[in-house]
Design a protein around this ligand. Structure first.
Ligand SMILES: Cc1cc2nc3c(=O)[nH]c(=O)nc-3n(C[C@H](O)[C@H](O)[C@H](O)COP(=O)(O)OP(=O)(O)OC[C@H]3O[C@@H](n4cnc5c(N)ncnc54)[C@H](O)[C@@H]3O)c2cc1C
Length: 383
């Protein structure tokens, strides 16, 4: 890290606090909740009590008004010890909350943000549909105005945290208007008539994803979060999410590296520590270099974002590289454990599984490369 990219003393203290909590409270149950798939409500409440969940929320709404970099450091540190807790916290720290902060009415902000900061309101974001994943602009869910309510019909799928969510940020088309211009977002409370959380899909990372069905779901007009330019605004928010999703995979890669370093210094074969073999040393050197390269890209994108939204090119580059790096590095860490790495006796297999999510969720690696290439081709000059 160059001096310009050094974290502040305040951030360093925050990281120490999260490291302690992760080691003492989250890590001991990480293997168990990865198997059961339960939502780590206790951990989220604890993060709420510590003021961590309010990092993306201004002070006047009960938050601590932090930066994107603060959020990256938090998720990175939690993910080193417990992937499931990091994914759960992403809901409160991530794009959902930032969208309410950026686009919500005063009434909406006062109603939801203090609860989110305390860990009393879990958020789900509903974009993906059975037939529209990467091509989200083709979503079919539709909201039609009837009196003072929108009547919404559609199906969302692969939704994180839906089984425990108090509030759903529901992306929908309005009045059947075609193309991306017709898309906006509604805030839907969990007990709204016509909203149902249906089938759960257990993921290889351990958490569940859920199908959310809207059947004549009645949403009051005052719950419109974004209407005009909704899709464009959604994408601006997503640039920031593209820093937060790789913060989790970066943490997993670092966690796996720590495990591999410890193991190779303890394990003996052919009469010596396996870390004494040059081949093993080179693997460790390669893993470390890849982690540091990712960190440089990600921290740059996050630091440049300040308290706002990330730059699209920086965020997509960081997301693409970090998520692919984490797949390589966690796999190498497993390899360094030999057969033991493949068993559930060691945490590294869990880290391999968790790291696989990054290149899929929040825009796949292929979509990031499309974004990067488009930016490059549209520029007059890059270097
Ligand atoms: C752990 C996890 C959590 C998630 N949480 C949520 C959530 O909370 N809310 C939500 O709305 N969604 C969520 N998703 C869904 C996620 O956003 C989608 O999986 C993602 O957008 C990709 O869509 P898809 O799965 O339909 O794949 P598809 O879009 O069908 O893609 C299939 C393959 O084709 C490739 N592809 C598609 N288009 C192109 C192209 N133009 N050029 C090159 N290749 C292309 C993709 O990269 C991929 O390899 C989550 C997913 C995961 C894995």
């Amino acid at each position: 890290m160059t001096n310009a990219m050094k974290i502040t003393e305040e951030q360093s203290l925050m990281v120490d606090t999260i490291r302690k909590v992760t080691e003492e409270k989250f890590k001991p149950r990480a293997a168990e909740i990865s198997e059961t798939g339960e939502f780590p409500m206790e951990n989220i409440k604890l993060l709420g009590d510590l003021g961590i969940l309010g990092i993306s929320i201004p002070e006047e709404y009960g938050g601590s008004d932090g930066t994107v970099m603060d959020a990256v450091l938090i998720l990175e540190e939690i993910a080193k010890g417990c992937y499931i807790t990091a994914m759960a916290a992403l809901g409160e720290i991530g794009v959902q909350t930032k969208a309410i902060v950026a686009y919500g009415t005063e009434e909406q902000k006062h109603k939801y943000l203090p609860r989110i900061a305390r860990g009393d309101a879990i958020l789900a974001i509903c974009i993906t549909e059975p037939d529209t994943g990467s091509d989200a602009a083709q979503m079919k869910t539709n909201a039609v105005l009837k009196g003072n309510k929108y009547i919404v019909n559609g199906t969302k799928t692969m939704i994180s945290r839906a089984e425990v969510a108090d509030l759903f940020l529901l992306f929908t088309r309005f009045e059947g208007e075609e193309g991306y211009k017709g898309i906006g977002c509604l805030l839907v409370d969990k007990d709204t008539l016509g909203l149902q959380v249906k089938q759960g899909f257990k993921t290889m990372g351990g958490e569940y994803l859920w199908e959310v069905v809207l059947e004549d779901c009645e949403v009051p007009v005052e719950n419109v979060l974004v209407r005009e330019n909704g899709f464009k605004k959604l994408m601006s928010g997503f640039n920031t999410q593209r820093c937060l999703n790789p913060a989790i995979t970066l943490g997993l890669a670092e966690g796996a590296f720590n495990e591999a370093l410890r193991f190779t210094k303890e394990r003996e074969q052919f009469g010596q520590k396996i870390s004494d073999f040059q081949g093993i040393q080179w693997m460790l050197a390669e893993m470390y270099t890849e982690i540091e390269a990712s960190k440089a890209l990600l921290y740059k994108a996050a630091m440049n974002a300040g308290k706002g939204f990330s730059d699209q090119l920086e965020a997509s580059t960081a997301k693409f590289f970090t998520n692919e790096m984490a797949i390589r590095v966690t796999n190498k860490a497993l390899q360094l454990h030999g057969g033991y790495g493949y068993t559930k006796e060691y945490p590294v297999e869990r880290m391999v599984r968790g790291a696989r999510f990054g290149a899929l969720g929040g825009g796949t690696s292929e979509i990031q490369k499309n974004v990067i290439a488009k930016k490059l081709l549209n520029a007059d000059r890059i270097y």
